[in-house]
Design a protein around this ligand. Structure first.
Ligand SMILES: [Zn+2]
Length: 312
């Protein structure tokens, strides 16, 4: 039967590809600045999540790929120079081209691949605020560094407001927008058939999430978003975080506690009349730093993000 043959071939191709990739699996740290990264040497690590669904780690935010019969849905596209490698890996493991690319937010380590994928006919999907931020250009609240307005080819062709359902070759993605969390244009993607939840940077493991408060992010929104994820996830859900290793519902529970604890401590410092600098100097997160693996600089940035978002 024709269908069986195609299935077998695809499975064989996947198995071979996964073996090859496992041999060459070097995971580069998700560097915040593209220019510091040796993209030529970067490798893509693939984790098979079952049900033709994969997590890809390279340089930038984690990528999720759900392969349907004749097309795949992809969540996030890393930095622009990673496009060729990611595309090749997706073809190898999924055996089908990408139909949709969902951006979980506007940051360059998630949207860098937009133009190249769009040029190949992929429809880029995101909350409407992603396109607005990209088109206007943005300023990093912590470093002051500016990102110029993006080329038109970078802007998602299909903006949505509240939620959206995408389908490709039998695969369905439930896309939702948690308000004012990491940014004001966040999306999560849930693949119910595989029980895989892609959270975007609302869940950032190995450090703290960035509260991008000048671009609509807030600590309260981050906590609410994680509460929403806890409603979607069950004990078997595979959680693909924006950054960091594959996680599960238990990770979300302890992560939520970290966020709420951090918020409460900074709120107390602010209520006591401390300035932003004084709140940072108070070093309020020694235990949380240890728990999350955050370094002192990431800890300071988290205090600043919470402090400023509480003021707004
Ligand atoms: Zn981000």
């Amino acid at each position: 039967m024709k269908v069986t043959t195609v299935r077998k071939l695809t499975t064989l191709r996947k198995a071979t590809a996964l073996r090859l990739l496992a041999v060459a699996a070097f995971v580069f740290s998700t560097a915040a600045h593209a220019q510091q990264t040796d993209f030529a040497a970067a490798q893509v690590k693939v984790t098979d999540l079952g049900h033709d669904t994969f997590m890809l780690e390279g340089v930038g935010g984690n990528v999720t790929v759900a392969a349907g019969r004749d097309g795949a849905i992809m969540v996030d596209g890393q930095f622009a120079p990673m496009h060729d490698k990611i595309k090749a890996v997706i073809l190898a493991v999924a055996g089908v081209p990408v139909k949709y690319l969902v951006n979980t937010h506007y940051h360059g380590d998630h949207t860098g691949g937009n133009a190249a994928f769009a040029a190949e006919g992929v429809t880029v999907v995101a909350n409407e605020n992603v396109g607005k931020r990209l088109a206007a250009g943005t300023t990093n609240p912590f470093t002051g560094s500016k990102t110029a307005p993006a080329e038109k080819s970078m802007i998602p062709k299909r903006p949505y407001t509240k939620d959206l359902r995408l389908s490709a070759g039998g695969r369905v993605a439930r896309v939702g927008h948690p308000a004012n969390a990491h940014t004001d244009g966040d999306s999560y993607v849930y693949f119910a058939d595989a029980n895989v939840l892609s959270t975007g940077d609302i869940v950032t493991l190995g450090r703290y999430p960035l509260v991008d408060y000048t671009n609509g992010g807030s600590i309260g929104g981050l906590i609410s978003a994680v509460d929403g994820y806890l409603k979607i996830a069950n004990d078997k859900t595979k959680v693909v975080p924006g950054h960091g290793p594959l996680a599960d519902r238990n990770t979300l529970v302890s992560y939520r506690t970290v966020l709420a604890t951090a918020r409460d401590r900074v709120a107390k410092l602010a209520a006591d009349g401390k300035t932003e600098q004084e709140a940072v100097a108070a070093k309020p997160f020694p235990d949380l730093d240890k728990q999350t693996g955050a370094n002192p600089q990431q800890s300071d940035v988290f205090v600043r993000g919470i402090y400023n978002s509480l003021k707004r």
